[in-house]
Design a protein around this ligand. Sequence first.
Ligand code: SF4
Length: 503
Amino acid sequence: MNPAGEGLVLAVPMRFEARALRRGAPAARIVRTGMGGRRARTAAGRIGHVPGRVVAVTGFAGALSAEMEPGDVVVATEVRGADEPLECAATELVASMLRRAGLRVHTGPIVSAPRLVFGAERERLAATGALAVDMESAWLARGCSERPWAVVRTIVDTPERDLHRPVATATGAIRAYRTLARVAEVLARWSDATGSRKVLLANPRASCAGVERAIDVVERALERYGAPLYVRRQIVHNTHVVRDLERRGAVFVDEVEDVPEGARVVFSAHGVSPSVREAAEMRELDVIDATCPLVSKVHAEARRFSRDGYTIMLVGHAGHDEIEGTLGEAPDSIRLIEDIHEAREVEAEDPNRVAYLTQTTLAVDETSEIVDTLRERFPGLAGPRTDDICYATQNRQDAVRALATECDAILVVGSPNSSNSMRLVEVAERAGCPAHLVDGIGDVDPAWFAGVSTVGVTAGASAPERIVQNLVTSLTALGPLEVMENDGISENVRFGLPAELKG
Ligand code: SF4
């Protein structure tokens, strides 16, 4: 392992700031640029020749927002003030590292001004959406772009407590100085984690046919009927999808009782129990059903077995939306089995008339152990006509198992409440590869990559491919990547839209 920050280049205007950085990152190479745009322009040419793997432009800045305090950190999403604004790709990764270190972090544009700005001039800059102002970053950043780079400034003064007030200035400078040393420590860890790597993409990965259909249902309903469009529960278990649809006018509610009478509501891909349908009818809601057809199949099987007098062992996770819906089809006949211990203990009214069903997104290997245990206990155990664990779950688990043999670590893109994504993490780990669930680059801890030369990336069936691509792009903040894709089966399953949205 390198000493802290050996590959780190820090560009900083003042000696005082450089001293703080030296405390946090003793092995970093520090380029003192001097204050102001003219000196920064000259220094930008020098930065490119300083050896190192990552570059950070840092130092103090003035806050443009009254909500910030001296000692806060601003990580630039873009720097403005020179010719064209320059966007930064490493912002989320660096900001999340700083947050994990316990710092108060803001992300947004930083603007570089030709002189110190106060009063009305700060107000004018704040109105442009910039969060902080300095006098160098816009030019210095131009000298960094050959390597992963970031602009990270600590706040020394605010609109209310600006540099005209000596006491406030001294207090702000001490806080900004202390924070800067901690920022340098984090930047050193960032640089220690950088290096050239191979990224291997699982195949198949990401959205399945049921998830694509459910998202399509909400998008088309919004186009056709306009906002607000109510959706019961998360349409699919992915925070990015939900946020995006919210922005476009979808209103996510927990229960149909939260929907105004007579309004339109979409049922999510995970399905609903008959009692939810009845409640929707009572409120005279206009229902569009985005339940995945493969979940509807499990509901139909539950009704059939219950009608034929079976006790149904439903293998799945308590509280999951899909399980709640299936349980509601035959609450008196169904016993929920969450693990092998429950399979060993469960009793049935008539041991000769027992059937099993499963949640569609379980781990295939674990589920077959549970079903085998049930079969030992109830030899006549009946099952679904075709496996309930759906094609997408099976394929993604096979693909991540193959990936695990070729990678040193795996990132599974998915939200924490996504069952199929969690199962991919477990399957990879059972196959011997450390795996981490990430909703985006902000969840990635660079410490995971110590000694890692090949990183596998996959995604649960509820995560759209664009989030995978965004993650891979953001991983360039950890050094150059060679991106390759595993061979795999191609999926051509498509589900038609509900009748009311066709045409
Ligand atoms: S994971 Fe399978 S059951 Fe779930 S929505 Fe996708 S296709 Fe349907």
